[in-house]
Design a protein around this ligand. Structure first.
Ligand code: NAD
Length: 457
């Protein structure tokens, strides 16, 4: 497993080892911690195969594909299937580990898993993608299922693929309960209302709660704290803020729309970017108009003057990668990994970074920016809305009783608020960055469960 993952585990275990309140009845702590470290740093299982798929032109491709199952102490493995040309074994293992921690942090009764299919989905026809999705299920059908491992969409896949995959699962397992085999399905096919928007809404909520609700209720406490992050939070509280959003897909566009409609914080989105372009407007961008445009342009933002004019959107076209270093107060990253790294970390001007994507801040940049007092709301905290509503979808599928949209959002926000209320008091009082705080909480919960299950000796 990658060095950075080992480091996360070691730091969390070191913090726990020093804490006498953690499992006081645990004898031989050193040995127990060694077994914990071994369990967390190794996935339970890795399944891999080549999907042999006939293409429209009659040729046959062999597509590498993976399913990593990291740990199921808290419940069935759970995690998306990424359709991307650069996905690989190491990446799915790391992402499966993060899913274990994310579920433990938010008390979602699932373990961690992740899948990958090494393709660029834009290069395949709908018929070919259908075959690829169904082949994936038929190859891995013995190791997935509603009580074993429940996949969901990830980068490059969506509800269409989940609908196809569930149909294949149903075909292979006739007569068994199948609605819980995949989440992120279309609503008509047993999906949950609100699932599509869940991650983006949750991402924005973590920011709003940290910078508005929590500060409002705890201003005195933060003022007394000499913690660097408390100072940054207070500096930005109740001030007009500029925000930039990287990535305008499922997560980025929904989070941007939430920000656009939220009047509790005085902010405007002055830049958004996607795989082609950055759009900039000092006075604030018209987010609803941009979303409308993407619906008719294969998900892409306008990238020419003609397109901007036809959609009556006022914006300056800039080079894609400039967004990260623009003069803004808040940066919401919702595209890819490693967008802030050694080369550009010193040029980042934002004082709050929200990680909608998984791992958009490389470890070195994370450390550097945290030392400068930048508040980084980490992926494991911010982007859990998807898996939380996936859990509600799984529950609804089991009960064949479906909630209305307002109920889904109420349950989602309750769950994220519960996690924030557990994390924030410690964050503003101790020397750890928010990411480390989240890891320590997640590892504590997971370790306690493993201990109670008799797996530490
Ligand atoms: P998506 O495919 O819907 O959107 C991705 C967006 O990023 C697109 O607008 C694309 O044009 C843009 N993009 C691609 N390369 C870029 C680049 N170099 N610079 C700027 N923009 C670029 O994906 P999504 O579902 O919105 O997921 C985004 C991220 O969030 C991924 O890292 C994903 O793993 C993570 N995530 C998603 C969910 C979810 O429920 N969708 C849940 C948790 C985490």
């Amino acid at each position: 497993m990658q060095a950075e993952t080992k480091k996360i585990i070691q730091e969390s275990l070191d913090a726990l080892l020093e804490n006498d309140l953690f499992l006081p009845d645990l004898t031989n702590r050193k040995q127990a911690f060694a077994s914990l470290s071994a369990i967390l740093s190794t996935p339970d299982k890795i399944h891999k195969s080549f999907l042999r798929v006939p293409l429209d032109d009659g040729s046959v491709v062999q597509i590498p594909s993976y399913r990593a199952q990291h740990n199921d102490a808290m419940g069935p493995y759970k995690g998306g299937i990424r359709f991307h040309e650069s996905v690989n074994e190491e990446e799915v293992i790391k992402l499966a580990f993060l899913m274990t921690l994310k579920n433990a942090l938010h008390k979602v009764p699932f373990g961690g898993g992740k899948g990958g299919i090494v393709i660029n989905p834009r290069e395949y026809s709908e018929k070919e993608l259908n075959l690829i999705s169904r082949k994936y299920v038929s190859y891995f059908v013995d190791v997935i299922g509603p009580d074993k491992d429940i996949p969901a969409p990830d980068m490059g896949s969506g509800e269409r693929e989940m609908d196809w995959m569930m149909a294949e699962y149903k075909l292979v397992h006739p007569g068994t309960s199948y609605l819980g085999s995949f989440t992120g399905k279309s609503v008509v096919n047993g999906g949950s209302l609100g699932r599509r928007e869940a991650t983006g809404k949750g991402v924005y909520f973590t920011f709003r709660y940290l910078l508005h609700d929590y500060v409002k209720a705890n201003k005195q406490l933060l003022t007394k704290s000499d913690n660097l992050f408390a100072k940054t939070t207070l500096e930005l509280y109740n001030r007009p803020l500029k925000m930039a959003v990287q990535g305008f897909g499922n997560v980025g566009s929904v989070a941007a729309l939430e920000a656009y409609h939220c009047h509790l914080i005085n902010h405007k989105i002055i830049a958004v970017s996607d795989r082609n372009v950055t759009l900039y407007n000092e006075n604030g961008l018209d987010i609803p108009a941009l979303i409308e445009f993407t619906k008719t342009n294969r998900g892409d933002l306008p990238s020419t003057e003609e397109q901007l004019q036809s959609a009556t959107i006022k914006a300056e076209i800039k080079e894609r990668d400039c967004l990260v270093t623009l003069p803004v107060d808040v940066l919401l990253l919702a595209a890819l990994e490693n967008q802030i790294q050694k080369d550009n970390m010193k040029d980042v001007q934002a004082r709050i970074i929200i990680e909608g994507a998984n791992a958009p801040t490389a470890p070195e940049a994370d450390q550097y920016l945290s030392e400068q007092g930048v508040v980084i709301i980490p992926d494991i905290l911010a982007n859990a809305g998807g898996v939380i509503v996936s859990y509600f979808e799984w529950l609804q599928g089991r009960e064949t009783q479906f909630y209305d949209e307002a109920e889904v959002y109420r349950l989602l926000i309750d769950k994220m608020k519960e996690t924030m209320d557990m994390i924030l008091p410690q964050y503003y009082g101790d020397p750890f960055a928010l990411r480390q705080n989240c890891f320590i909480h997640a590892v504590t919960r997971l370790s306690t469960v493993l201990y109670r299950q008799g797996k530490l000796y």
